[in-house]
Design a protein around this ligand. Sequence first.
Ligand code: NDP
Ligand code: OXD
Length: 310
Amino acid sequence: MPAVLFHSKNDSPEDWEAGLAKFIPNLDFRVWPDVGDPSEIEFALIWALPPGSLKQMDNLQCICSLGQGVDHIFNDTEIPEKTKIMRLVDPWMAQAMSEWILLNVLRFHRQGIEYEQFEREKKWHVLPPPETSDCKVGILGLGELGSDAAKKIASLGFDVAGWSKSPKDIKNVKSFSGDNQLEYFLNRTDILCCLLPLTPETDGILSSKTLSQLPRGAYIINAGRGRHIVDEDLLKAIDSGQISGAALDVFHEEPLPEVHPYWTHPKVRVWPHVSAQSNAGSAAKQVADAITKVFGGKEPDNLINRKNQY
Ligand code: NDP
Ligand code: OXD
């Protein structure tokens, strides 16, 4: 049987090997850098493998991201056109992401930043209560994760809209699409959640220009990728009062360097890229199905469009 190569910074190879073995008992599972004979590798299950590492694997048929995002794979410009690229699409991750997004939407909506400050000052101070239906939540990206989060937020009575490449029809979620509707979408968004993939089109999408198109005092939640945000622009927008606060799970450099101003900014919350972690328990079956299909010469599910890069 051909071999599978595994690489990850955080996920346990033992968990994945055991998870896959439930479905493919004799799988030849090799953990980077113990590749063995590179020509035997036909399937790679990877996260952030250093670019160029796959180029000696002449028989590599398919690369599967060990996550829902695939930008780390496109960092490697030497992947041959014939190699298929796919990703996890795991409802367990969508649930985890929606929980994290909801946690932060609710914290901002229920004046968490203000009450946490009063608490630090031991002030018993009461603000007028917010109205849920007046709070406009906007989701950048209405794919597997964004659409799940949008539906769950809408079910609580928030006024929800989403922005995507193509228009969507999701109950109780207003749809905006394409570059020419981005400004209208931003103009009506009090709490902006970014769940876009990182591509050449979305790199740096949250800059001084787009942040200034939000209503004054809006909030930012980012679980897409760090590079969606121009950090200096976000910090300036927070310090000027244009943005009231941010919850960030992803960063240009991870781990976030100790000297980064986000760590100590009172209006920024830093999370260590944990909003929706990959889970061998929930996702091994779909990866095993993909391996079986690829080894049998068939197309796996959840293939990436190489032109769009997501
Ligand atoms: P999907 O591919 O399912 O959805 C992507 C969405 O973004 C689609 O709605 C797509 O529009 C939209 N989109 C892409 N490019 C553009 C563009 N140029 N303009 C407007 N809309 C665009 O991705 P997922 O929902 O599965 O995941 C999204 C991202 O979340 C991942 O790529 C990853 O970066 C991040 N992520 C982060 C995690 C974490 O723990 N922090 C965990 C998992 C993922 P359309 O539908 O029209 O194609
Ligand atoms: C992912 C991630 O893309 O964890 O799955 O960031």
